[in-house]
Design a protein around this ligand. Sequence first.
Ligand code: GLN
Ligand code: ZN
Length: 785
Amino acid sequence: MARTHILGFPRIGFERELKFALEAFWRGDTDETPLRETGRALRTRHCELQRTAGLDQIAAGDFAFYDTMLSQTALLGAVPARFAFDAKALTLAQYFELARGNARQPAMEMTKWFDTNYHYLVPELGPETRFDGGTEWLFEEVTEALALAPHVKPVLIGPITFLVLSKSVTAGFDRLQLLPALVRAYERILGRLRALGVEWVQLDEPALCTDLEPAWLDAYDTAYRGLADTGLKILLATYFGSAADRAERISRLPVHGVHIDLMRDLVRAPQSLDVWQRALPEHMVLSAGVIDGRNVWRTNLRKTVSMLRPLHDACGDRLWIAPSCSLSHVPVSLASEIQLDAEVRPWLAFATEKLGEVRVIARALNEGEAAVAEALDQSDAAQRSRTTSRRVTNAHVRAQVAGVTDRMTERDSPFKARIAKQRAALALPLLPTTTIGSFPQVQSLRATRAAYKRGEIGALDYLQHIRSEIESAVRKQEALGLDVLVHGEAERNDMVEYFAEHLWGYAITREGWVQSYGSRCVKPPIIYGDVCRPEPITVDTIAYAQSLTDKPVKGMLTGPITMLQWSFVRDDEARESVAMQIALAIREEVSDLEKSGVRVIQIDEPALREGLPLRRREWPAYLAWAVRAFRLAAAAVRDDTQIHTHMCYSEFGDILPAIAALDADVITIETSRSKMELLEAFHAFSYPNDIGPGIYDIHSPRVPSIEDMLALLRRAADVIPLERLWVNPDCGLKTRGWKETEGALRNMVEAARVLRAEVEGNARNPERSVATTRQSQHASPVTHE
Ligand code: GLN
Ligand code: ZN
């Protein structure tokens, strides 16, 4: 009998209840009671959903008020010492202070969870870190779940993944030294779960699907040997990639089962199944992740059942059926998607619908396909409809992609020649100032957009409102003295959704929210068919902004990789070809902008880095097509049209060759929080084109002083030649208010002026230097690993 379970359920709620409860609590509108009540109601509902779907094990402990890594940290009692909290008596309010900072301490660092768009809080470890126990929340939640269902399987982040994802806050400290203490802590936790009456626990170890040093692989042996005698059965969960190359080693661990992700590589899936089936000893459960936990497509049930049939015959009870990973990466339910295109809707399955799929697959295996004939037929019909739909394949797009040549990915002249023409055409000063695109999205604007979407105001009234926002943004920038202006993105709710709404091949959901971090959710659009641009998207808007001023206004587009990465992508096409289709659509937009007289065009690629595969050996292939897609989008313009790109998240030191290969004339990057550390890498690599390292952190409402920004600018000037240096913030300003934005930009422009004046002074008096000395550059201690 194949069994069924899931690795975790989205915690944000069908209507983002958790988000609204959290934000009300943070605003001080409510006390803890309604927030806790919302949490409990959500957990109960998720438990009920799994129970009514007939799953054999119910996941618990997958809930968190902010983040699962943070909750794991709180459970272990490993709260960063700098907060001076009593780990054993941590309050909910203090838990949020860890995540969001307080008056004395900045928040814990947040970073992306593997290659997803979910962010976790990075545990801070050092020689004095203790894991002496912390919150009781997990035990309370498990007790609560046990009252609702007999077979509850708590879900925890595994010890090695926890350690891998944490950072050392003491220079030179090796986190592996903490392993013995950490294992003892996990042993105590598992012992307590056992005492509550739990049989199975799931320990998430996605780090097993990444590149690991031998010492870290060995740590798996040490850790799991240490957890062998708690009386609990351990399901070791791997996901987000394949761990098949480590199947032998994993099969020797004293665990009772292994979960594998069979979705990330459909071609290889049956082979990895064989590998695992051969490797796993008789007593181990194999949990097959056959339903895509990262994507929204309805499973081809019959195909999946046939793939699993031999395994089922061989393993019987030892086979578990599951989604590939936690369902928290897909929206909660299709139920509210009533306005979704009637043809597309049946092709989809969100978290709730996937629960049903798990069950159907198990029943087909256990009872025979006849027992679930209706569900299988519906799945067949959906597959048929998808493969034959006229909206999926567009012959014109196919022909265009087939016709892409290398020449189309190349600008007419090399950078040096282009930049000379651009400087002449744009007449920019030394150290030109600009911003990244968006300006504050004030409440009245959001309200007007909502009213427009509800049909309460007409298209022209909405357009009028947008135009007045644009005009006021242009006037403000002129008054501030910025050199390259932007229109402010007032018409955009989201940088991906806005373009998706205007492209064929994309569907937009109404409530398809996925948690990104804390209370923040994203609503990725769905690419179901060949992508193309039926008509210009931004040309009117940018041309309007340009008509208001003599200064150049930057056209603002979202790049092909970001459009891909922040969407749910069709699973019947290689990502690479979808990227090329999007690139062609953007290329048309770039050409039309240029034709309308726009002289600077920015193509944002903040998601380029997060598209990197988990294994380094797969990086070159990804980077090759990603770079090609960007270049295809950008290269259509004349030499004197300036292409900018923008990226956030500063850790791209290791992909600099690819970033240089984008061949953007100007790149603006996030650097202020790391105090320009990243620029060292650009310097060492001799990055050839213009760079705008962000000199103020837009994530904070604090207005940086002229001196703050000047200091950062000097550090930048130390490594980047002045004539290639731009002056700008770290990222877009949509989340900020106008008051702080204007204050910060005024100081930023002033900082640029001060440095310019010094340079001019120096030209007369070459003794003085504008840059800090290289020595002081290295003075600050670097504690990151
Ligand atoms: N142009 C976008 C903005 O300014 C870029 C956003 C981003 O990098 N995430 O909002
Ligand atoms: Zn950004």
